[in-house]
Structure formats: structure tokens, C-alpha cells
Design a protein around this ligand. Structure first.
Ligand SMILES: Nc1ncnc2c1ncn2[C@@H]1O[C@H](COP(=O)(O)OP(=O)(O)OP(=O)(O)O)[C@@H](O)[C@H]1O
Ligand SMILES: [Mg+2]
Length: 379
């Protein structure tokens, strides 16, 4: 499997990211805003949600669009190989280095470097990357010449919880703040079930197949949890296109996990979900509304402050730190913006937006009477 994919985009057109749910649209709007700046972006989200796609989209909308987009997957590489992939090497610097090699950082000069699965980097590699991000300089492995200066915009992605890794001493906090100048969280497909139909239609059209799904199939799709997200949906549609011909797809044609979903009890994953997860999903799917459901539950003490903070934190991760953009995601009317801030401030549930912030759109800190560090909020 190739780890580096170098793409030079001559006529940049952002990749199609399908879905009109408020949850996805919030992320796309934040991404477009970030694209025009130089800030480093950290993209998080479960496997298959479209992190890679979003990184490419940011690059294509940026002023660097005519330069290279270089993608490097940091997982599954030995430290020596990863170091050489990133920084390059000179011939003979280690066994197997038969010729000089230009590293990804240098290949992406004036362009964008996408560091996928950054949570898999060893602590030593993290230290080397941090130094480059601080100085803008690289030195290929085995080189004794002066360091080379590079101008690279770094976008990183991970499906790991970097906060937890920092607390476990597995990820450097200083690097975290360097790569996470802005944070985008791509919501899982189950939290935007209204996108499924659109994505399915897009996949069928792109594939050129004449697949037709019975309505009952679409309903099962909308109930299923899609642990592999859009990639899993792609695989299911691809396999149905190969196996069902000349008639509509019926529930019996579906893989067992999707078919069995309606009749089975909650999965282990579901049992482990937090109250904040439940609320977030309810709000983003339109089943719940903030003032009608969350607010009374909090007043009844059915919800703790920690639940509420976690909910806000999840929302801010989706809206790149903007409380304003949180409003449509949480089904709150725009005129209730102040009311929301006052309510959160009164209960010490204002989450520091800076960890999730979108460049150039800081919220007015004076709007709050108190502020809670996201780390504390997560507890
Ligand atoms: N909203 C979307 N519309 C259309 N296609 C999508 C969308 N989101 C993801 N895809 C497609 O789904 C597949 C998985 O997306 P992608 O590789 O970007 O996910 P990822 O989050 O990077 O996954 P991983 O964590 O496994 O690396 C890709 O083929 C991508 O083109
Ligand atoms: Mg990816």
C-alpha cells in the first residue's frame, strides 16, 4: 500500500462532499472559511466520515490550490521510514537508501501537506515535526548541509482522541496546539441520517449503475449505525450494484448487520454512548430542540453540568469554535444567541471555544462571565 500520494491540481475544483444536513453544512462552511487563511487545521472524526476529502477540499479552496497537495499516512510505517518520508534522506544514510529522496515536507513547499492518522506518530517523530513547525526548517536524514526552509500548510487528521493521548503521555501537548490552530470534527453518518439518501443517489449516479432501492431499504439505511460511515455505505452500494440486477433492491438483499439492526437490542457501542452523545444526535437529527428539550432537562437536573459542557464541546467541534454556527446545529433561533450564552454562563457551562476556533472569527469573551477549559469540561 502506498503511503504517499502526491497530487498536483492544475484546475482546482473541490471534491464533491454530498449532504445538506446542518451538521455537515456547518463543518463545510467552517472549512471554506478556514481555507482562505494559512492556519493549521486538525480534522477529527470516525473512520470513513470524509476527513481526507475535507482536507482536499480545504486545499482546493485555498490560495495554494495550484500547488501540491501531498498526503502522508503516518500509520504503519517504521520510525526510520516515516522520518525519511517526511524529511527526505540522502543516499546511503541508512540501509536501503540507494538514492537521495525528497521528503513530503519539501514536496509540499508552497502547498499543503496532509498528515493522516497523526495520532500514530511516535514521540520522537512528534518532536521532530514540532521543531519543523516552529522553525520552518527541515534537514533530510543523513544530510550535513544547512537546513532547507519550507513553506507548507499542514492539515492533520486522526480518529483518535488526542486529549486522552496527551493525558496518557502518548501525544505532545505542544505539538497538539501547533497542529490544532483550528479544529473541525466531521460528524458520523448516523448523526446526519438525512444525508444518506443524497449520498446513495450520488454514489449510484457516479457508478453509472441502474440500481433502484425499495423505500424499505432506505429506511433501514437510515436506522443503521454505519460504524464504517460513508466508506461502508460505498461498499454496500458497490456490492449491491454487482449482485442485484433488473429489480429493486429489497431488505433481504442487504448484509446481515443492516438487516438485523431494527430487531436487535442496543450494541455495546450504543451502551457506551454518553448522555451528551444522545443529546447531540437528537439535536442534529431534528428529533430534539435545545430550548424545548435540553433546557428543561437541565432545569429538572436530569442533565448535569458535565453533560451540558460535553454537549457544547461536541457542538463547537462541529462548528469550528463558533457559538453562532452552533445555533442551526442545535436548532436554536438566531435571535436566541445571547440567551444561549447567558444561560451557559449562568451555569458555568461556557466551553473555551479557542481549541475549536475558526480563524478570524473569535467570539467576544466579554459576552461571558466565566469560562471553562475544554479539558475540565471533558471530565
Ligand atoms: N460527504 C461525502 N460525499 C461523498 N463521498 C464521501 C463523503 N464523505 C466521504 N466520502 C467518500 O467516502 C470515502 C471515505 O472518505 P475519506 O477517505 O475521506 O474518510 P476518512 O475520514 O479519511 O477515513 P479514514 O479515517 O478511514 O482515513 C471516500 O471514498 C470519500 O470519497
Ligand atoms: Mg483518511
Amino acid at each position: 500500500m502506498s503511503t504517499t500520494r502526491v497530487t498536483t491540481i492544475a484546475q482546482p475544483s473541490p471534491p464533491a462532499i454530498i449532504g445538506s444536513s446542518p451538521a455537515l453544512q456547518g463543518v463545510l462552511a467552517a472549512a471554506s472559511q478556514l481555507a482562505t487563511s494559512f492556519v493549521r487545521v486538525l480534522i477529527t472524526g470516525e473512520t470513513g466520515v470524509g476527513k481526507d476529502l475535507l482536507a482536499r477540499s480545504i486545499h482546493c479552496q485555498s490560495t495554494r490550490a495550484h500547488r501540491r497537495f501531498v498526503a502522508l499516512n503516518c500509520a504503519g510505517l517504521s520510525e526510520t521510514l516515516l522520518e525519511s518520508e517526511l524529511f527526505g534522506h540522502v543516499k546511503g544514510s541508512f540501509t536501503g537508501a540507494y538514492r537521495d529522496r525528497v521528503g513530503c515536507l519539501e514536496q509540499a513547499h508552497h502547498g499543503t501537506l496532509f498528515l493522516d492518522e497523526i495520532g500514530e506518530m511516535s514521540l520522537r517523530m512528534q518532536a521532530l515535526l514540532l521543531r519543523t513547525l516552529e522553525t520552518g526548517e527541515i534537514r533530510p536524514v543523513g544530510s550535513d548541509t544547512a537546513p532547507i526552509h519550507v513553506d507548507v500548510r499542514v492539515i492533520s487528521a486522526t480518529n483518535r482522541n488526542l486529549y486522552e493521548m496527551i493525558e496518557q503521555g502518548k501525544f505532545r501537548e505542544d505539538l497538539y496546539y501547533r497542529i490544532n490552530v483550528a479544529h473541525l470534527e466531521v460528524p458520523p453518518l448516523r448523526e446526519r441520517a438525512e444525508d444518506i439518501k443524497e449520498i446513495v443517489n450520488h454514489l449510484i449516479a457516479a457508478d453509472g449503475s441502474a440500481l433502484v432501492l425499495d423505500d424499505s431499504v432506505m429506511r433501514l439505511f437510515e436506522k443503521y449505525r454505519w460504524p464504517g460511515n460513508i466508506r461502508e455505505l460505498q461498499n454496500v452500494i458497490g456490492s449491491l450494484a454487482g449482485s442485484v440486477r433488473g429489480r429493486p433492491v429489497m431488505p433481504e438483499d442487504l448484509p446481515r448487520p443492516i438487516l438485523g439492526h431494527a430487531s436487535r437490542g442496543p450494541s455495546f457501542r450504543e451502551r457506551r454512548r454518553t448522555v451528551a452523545d444522545e443529546l447531540y444526535e437528537g439535536l442534529t437529527s431534528g428529533r430534539l430542540r435545545f430550548w424545548e428539550d435540553v433546557y428543561p432537562a437541565f432545569n429538572r437536573r436530569d442533565l448535569t453540568r458535565a453533560d451540558l459542557r460535553l454537549l457544547i464541546k461536541r457542538g463547537l467541534a462541529t462548528s469550528a469554535g463558533s457559538y453562532r454556527r452552533l445555533l442551526p446545529v442545535f436548532r436554536i433561533d438566531p435571535q436566541d444567541y445571547k440567551r444561549l450564552l447567558n444561560f451557559l454562563a449562568a451555569h458555568e457551562c461556557v466551553v473555551d471555544h479557542r481549541t475549536f476556533r475558526a480563524a478570524g472569527r473569535p467570539i467576544d469573551p466579554a459576552a461571558f462571565s466565566s469560562s471553562v477549559h475544554p479539558k475540565a469540561a471533558a471530565r
